[in-house]
Design a protein around this ligand. Sequence first.
Ligand code: ATP
Ligand code: MG
Length: 176
Amino acid sequence: MSTPPLRLFFAIPCCPQLARDIAEWRAQHPLDGKPVAPENLHMTIAFLGSQPRGQVEALEALANGLERVGFTLQLDRLERWKNGLLHLAPSKVPQALCDFERDLRERLLASGYELESRPFKPHLTLARHCPRLPAAPTPTFDWPVTEFTLFASENTIKGTRYRALGQWPLRPPAPS
Ligand code: ATP
Ligand code: MG
């Protein structure tokens, strides 16, 4: 019997401190819409969609080969897209994040994966189906990014949960 495919994506998971800070801010500024569970807060770097389980090993090897340099993200914009996705975004995208996303995307495309063709817009989703931008003051969160993860997105009775299949450290950036 064949095993069911996995719904895979590479992402930067929120560190516990940032997840707590965001949860606290959300509690002070209740938002309309469906909030993302604190343990699911993340930034997607590459979405692969449905893939055979046998691909995981090759994806691990691909991730091992990436140039992995960390960076700090300053999430200082609160935005809502027309599809109702409320998110935090950086007004300045670190070059190390651009380089990392491009390296990952190019290696995935070279390996035959089909990826989203729209330009990468780094964002951390706070809530979905949000009818309006909240009147809350725009928060600023500093996010030291030190690792990234290959996740399988799974439907559970508690809603969508992400299972980490592999995790890779990013080395500290050189002091400026
Ligand atoms: P749910 O869809 O069950 O409400 P979710 O969106 O968190 O929850 P997934 O749809 O599995 O779970 O998505 C996992 C991650 O991949 C999320 O960050 C999501 O925004 C992103 N993603 C999903 N579909 C695409 C896509 N077609 N292109 C780019 N990113 C996607
Ligand atoms: Mg989804």
